[in-house]
Design a protein around this ligand. Structure first.
Ligand SMILES: O=CC(=O)O
Length: 311
């Protein structure tokens, strides 16, 4: 019996290869370039390849798009819905790892860890000078979480462990929430926070949410941390602000564009700590993401309800 055919952007991890073996026939992403392909029933997105309505239209027998990740800004979910194609993602399983990364960036940018590491390794480093690489404290500071969802909530829990005052901004205030966080307008949050952490999904309303005006509202000692999506921040405005010392630093797990071109000025800023989109990159979390996304894919191919459908 022939296996359902699924287009994917690989190479997939060995775990995923093992989980899919014997269940589906994998086709390379380039297979989607055909004018029309009646044989393809599924799309499995591993990185963040674009699935637009043209691609969906070229695959008339498509039943499911399963995304190995929570953000689905690269998938035209509305077009899929219109065609009755199920879309699945992996919410919940990566919140802790992504919040850990947010905190790693808070501490790294806040306490200048990367600069300190470079100094400790420098040829001419001899004795520690008293004023070298001074920073500001993380514990007891005010953190402003933009997007108190599942990941933002995990960031808040960690912040409370650091005795931080937690502000958050959402489109709507959370009533009866179980986290000791105070709702603030975005402007107030930006003005009062020492660490501003972005954990919102990318959408038309969050694209460019942090630009020149918003950065101007931030304290000159504040640090901006982005574990959401690069385009939530206006890269040119952030680069200028870091160059001019308008804010103290940035911790970025995501950038726009991603990756940054090798000659991008942001890469020369020592007050920016940049990691290449590794929020979920732990063995434990990636395993759970693989299991959930494969479960969604196989359910969709069978015509069953997905475990974690997008909306
Ligand atoms: O960026 C990571 C994800 O969307 O899961």
């Amino acid at each position: 019996m022939s296996l359902p055919r699924v287009i994917t952007d690989g190479p997939l991890s060995p775990d995923l290869d093992r989980m899919l073996h014997g269940h589906v026939e994998l086709l390379p992403w380039s297979a989607a370039d055909a004018d029309r392909d009646d044989s393809v029933c599924g799309i499995y997105t591993y990185g963040h390849p674009t699935v637009d309505h043209q691609m969906i239209d070229r695959l008339p027998n498509l039943r499911v798009i399963s995304n190995n990740g929570v953000g689905v800004d690269h998938i035209d979910v509305a077009a899929a819905r219109q065609r009755n194609v199920a879309v699945g993602n992996t919410p919940g399983v990566l919140d802790g790892a992504t919040a850990d990364m947010a905190f790693a960036l808070i501490l790294a940018a806040g306490r200048r860890i990367v600069e300190s590491d470079r100094l400790a390794r420098a040829e001419d480093f001899d004795v520690q000078r008293p004023q070298v690489l001074m920073a500001h404290e993380v514990h007891g500071a005010t953190i402003g979480i933009v997007g108190l969802g599942q990941i933002g909530g995990q960031v808040a829990r960690r912040a409370l462990g650091f005795d931080m005052r937690v502000l958050y901004y959402n489109r709507r205030e959370i009533v009866d929430g179980d986290i000791a966080a105070t709702y603030a307008s975005l402007d107030r949050l930006l003005a009062e926070s020492d660490y501003v952490v972005l954990t919102v999904p990318l959408s038309s309303s969050t694209t460019g949410m942090i630009g020149t005006r918003e950065i101007e509202l931030m304290k000159s000692t504040a640090v901006l941390v982005n574990v959401a999506r690069g385009p939530v921040v206006d890269t040119a405005a952030l680069t200028r602000a870091l160059q001019e010392g308008k804010i103290r630093g940035a911790g970025l797990d995501v950038t726009d564009p991603e990756p940054l071109p090798r000659d991008h000025p942001l890469l020369s800023q020592s007050n920016a700590v940049i990691t290449p989109h590794l929020g979920s990159a732990t063995f434990e979390t990636r395993r759970k993401m693989a299991e959930l996304s494969v479960e969604n894919l196989l359910a969709g191919l069978r015509g069953d309800t997905l475990t974690t459908p997008v909306n």
